[in-house]
Design a protein around this ligand. Structure first.
Ligand code: WQD
Length: 340
């Protein structure tokens, strides 16, 4: 069965390609490489032993998607393609609304036209904002978005839900990811942040590798056990596996319409200092850091309740934080050897 993966050359997308292949499915990538590198395809070839079919196309173009659906009998779609930098979305909201809403709108329109009925959507725990109660479950309130990026994820979920409700044949799931980290254990694929990384783990690995000077821990006066923010860090390979389970759930649905959402996290929170210390322990490498000011817009703490995914998707995260950090470090070292 062929599975179309938009944004399949991205961080989560590329790891999902591997898991689809291992589950006996045939992934096909559509990616415009606006925020990913073609070197990912080489890494995938080294892992899979063959060249994944890839269309270097923008999902906002209906004719591009029509061509892919015309050339392949696509059984399901996983939609990752989106812009994802929170800070940039505040500076360039129109880019985010155009890319993220536009690509979903185009994809759904073409899917319905081509009678393709199975969709897994890449959503985010950002839809919960700063939750009042922890852990967050799928019924926790959706709070006003903190950024245009977050707003696009909320709106995209609503578009999909309303479309399934309208009675057209569409079965869809939104997966609300917590904080994906790590890399494939082969070190053939991983995160490729462009420019200065915004996220914690690439910052740690680049600092430890000597590519950057001292890093800053953004605030240690939060009402958390050690004063630093708490997140639910999930190994990207575990996250990728959840997509295969999501597709399997959709394939097993008898009804013509279906929509549901799942939290995809570990259920465990870790503080910024805990991540740094665990990294140091696992890799034997020191991270030069200082405590600085809080970062504007940061949520104090968030972690997932994962019962729904455990029961509904028959999935749970298996890889501990230590393994994710060891894999992220192996990937960073590989990038350095390649001069990346
Ligand atoms: C984690 C913690 C920082 C860098 C991300 C995405 C967001 C959403 C959820 C997808 C925070 C601290 C970081 C540094 C630090 N994902 N930090 N020093 O904020 O949870 O958001 O995941 O939708 O889009 O951006 O993750 O990795 O940026 O930060 O102290 O140099 O690390 O303050 O507490 P965050 P992050």
């Amino acid at each position: 069965m062929k599975i179309l993966v938009t944004g399949g050359a991205g961080f989560i997308g590329s790891h999902t390609i591997v898991e689809l292949h291992q589950a006996g499915l045939e992934p096909i990538i559509v990616d415009d490489f606006s925020n990913s590198s073609r070197s990912v395809l080489e890494g995938l070839r080294n892992i899979l032993g063959y060249e994944v079919i890839c269309y270097a196309e923008d999902c906002n173009r209906p004719e591009s998607l029509r061509r892919v659906f015309g050339e392949h009998d696509i059984a399901g779609v996983i939609h990752f393609a989106a812009s994802k930098a929170v800070g940039e979305s505040v500076q360039q909201p129109l880019k985010y609304y155009r890319n993220n809403l536009g690509s979903l709108f185009t994809l759904l329109t073409v899917m319905l036209e081509q009678q393709r009925t199975h969709l897994v959507f890449s959503s985010s725990c950002t839809v919960y904002g700063q939750p009042k109660e922890l852990p967050v479950n799928e019924n926790s309130p959706i709070l006003p978005a903190e950024s245009p990026y977050g707003n696009t994820k909320q709106i995209c979920e609503e578009i999909i839900r309303d479309t399934t409700k309208s009675g057209v044949p569409l079965k869809a799931l939104s997966l609300r990811y917590f904080n994906p980290i790590g890399a494939h254990p082969s070190a053939q694929i991983g995160e490729l942040p462009i420019g200065t990384p915004g996220n914690l783990v690439p910052f740690i690995t680049q600092t430890a590798a000597g590519l950057r000077g001292q890093m800053t821990v953004f605030g240690d006066d939060y009402p958390t056990p050690d004063g630093t923010c708490v997140r639910d860090y999930i190994h990207v390979v575990d996250l990728a596996k959840a997509h295969v389970k999501a597709l399997q759930l959709l394939f097993g649905q008898a009804a013509a319409n279906h929509y549901d959402v799942f939290n995809i996290g570990t259920g465990r929170g870790a503080s910024v200092l805990e991540v740094i210390r665990t990294f140091e322990e696992v890799t034997g490498t020191q991270v030069d850091y200082r405590i600085g000011e809080r970062r504007a817009g940061d949520i104090e703490q968030i972690y997932a309740e994962v019962n729904k995914a455990t029961e509904g998707l028959h999935w749970r995260a298996e890889k501990p934080l230590r393994e994710a950090l060891a894999d992220a470090w192996r990937w960073q070292q590989k990038l350095m050897r390649k001069g990346g």
